[in-house]
Design a protein around this ligand. Structure first.
Ligand SMILES: O=C(O)CCC(=O)C(=O)O
Ligand SMILES: [Fe+2]
Length: 343
């Protein structure tokens, strides 16, 4: 196999549903990554989201730094290239993170530490349309992701809404707008290091430049942009809930060549922060094919959604952790300085 399969989600509601679910089940178990068509997202939206993203990155650095992530206990805002780490190594991408727009909870209300993740976004003041476009994308991508989660549930012969109790009302959405600057081939090429995503599913919108790579049983393959599609991948939450039937797959981005750049916008659907991941009871013929969850000692997984999510945010953003979660860090973590001070 040297390219990702393409699945037409509109078949989920059509006469062809059983064949669609069989293809989805096989793809989800073997690769965990695919292109989706028939997704129902309005035609104008992907282009508008990419245009707004391009305008954001074109702002003067001083302005981008007014919304730098370190100002936000909720891990929202801008990171300079090199300021996010994957497995302790800097990713060469600048990015802007936003999530569900909700009020911050009181810090000393006896709530668990992950409750600090909820809160408002930071918005760039000189781009008044940016917020509208991004929140519209958040709504559309949430609807698409929930539809996909329903399809995965159906593919595993569960009720479609089996996961609704852990995403209803307050799903944990996140959008990451990303620009990968070009780099000379003699330099490091980590745009973003190999990782799995943590939530239910990820919906990825790519501009024109390639760079995304996906680990398959036959080795790493490229997942170049294809107009009219999104790249979908399964996160660790669905892998845990399905005892490893649905596969959370490693992926990475290689920096584009010097003189070019790559833009992408990733949407992540996570469960409610106060939820615990349920373990589905699979029918025997599917349970026999489930591979079990792979635990990585460098990245322990927790079934409590808020705890798991806060762990990954703290590991990725040591500067934000020091500014807002110092009470959770060890003296050694607190002493470390600068973006490269991985722990
Ligand atoms: O930019 C991309 O294509 C992928 C980004 C990604 O995997 C992530 O941010 O989790
Ligand atoms: Fe990812």
């Amino acid at each position: 196999m040297n390219e990702l399969p393409t699945l037409d989600l509109s078949r989920f509601a059509g006469p062809d549903r059983a064949a669609f679910l069989a293809a989805l089940r096989r793809t989800a178990r073997e690769i965990g990554f695919f292109y989706v068509t028939g997704h129902g997202v309005p035609d104008d939206l992907p282009g508008a989201v990419l245009d707004a993203s391009r305008r954001f990155f074109a702002l003067p650095e001083a302005e981008k730094l007014t919304v730098e992530m370190v100002h936000s206990p909720h891990f929202r805002g801008y990171n300079r290239p090199g300021w996010e780490l994957t497995r302790g190594k800097p990713d060469w991408r600048e990015q802007f993170d936003l999530a569900a727009e909700r009020p911050a909870l009181p810090r000393n209300g006896g709530l668990p530490a992950w409750a600090r993740l909820q809160g408002p976004n930071q918005w760039p003041v000189s781009l008044p349309d940016f917020q509208n476009v991004m929140l519209r994308w958040q709504d559309e991508a949430t609807a698409l992701s929930i539809r996909l989660v329903q399809a995965f549930a159906a593919a595993l012969e569960q009720p479609e809404d089996v996961f609704a109790p852990i995403y209803d009302d307050l799903p944990n959405q996140r959008i990451k707008i990303i620009r990968y600057p070009g780099r000379d081939r003699s330099e490091e090429t980590q745009g973003v290091g190999a990782h799995k995503d943590s939530g239910f599913v990820t919906v990825l919108l790519q501009d024109r430049e390639r760079g995304l790579e996906v680990e398959t049983p036959d080795g790493w393959i490229e997942a170049p942009p294809r107009p009219g599609t999104f790249v979908i991948n399964i996160g660790e939450l669905l892998e845990m809930a399905s005892s490893g039937y649905l596969k959370a797959t490693m992926h990475r981005v290689v920096s584009p060549p010097a003189g070019s750049e790559r833009l992408s916008v990733a949407f992540f659907l996570g469960a409610k922060l106060d939820a615990t991941v349920p373990v589905l009871e699979l029918p025997p013929h599917l349970a026999a094919e489930a591979r079990g969850v792979t635990q990585d000692p460098l990245n322990p997984l927790f079934m409590e959604v808020g705890r798991n999510y806060l762990k990954s945010r703290i590991r990725s953003h040591p500067d934000v952790a020091k500014a807002h979660y110092a009470d959770l860090l060890t003296p050694e973590e607190l002493r470390a300085t600068g973006p490269g001070s991985a722990y």
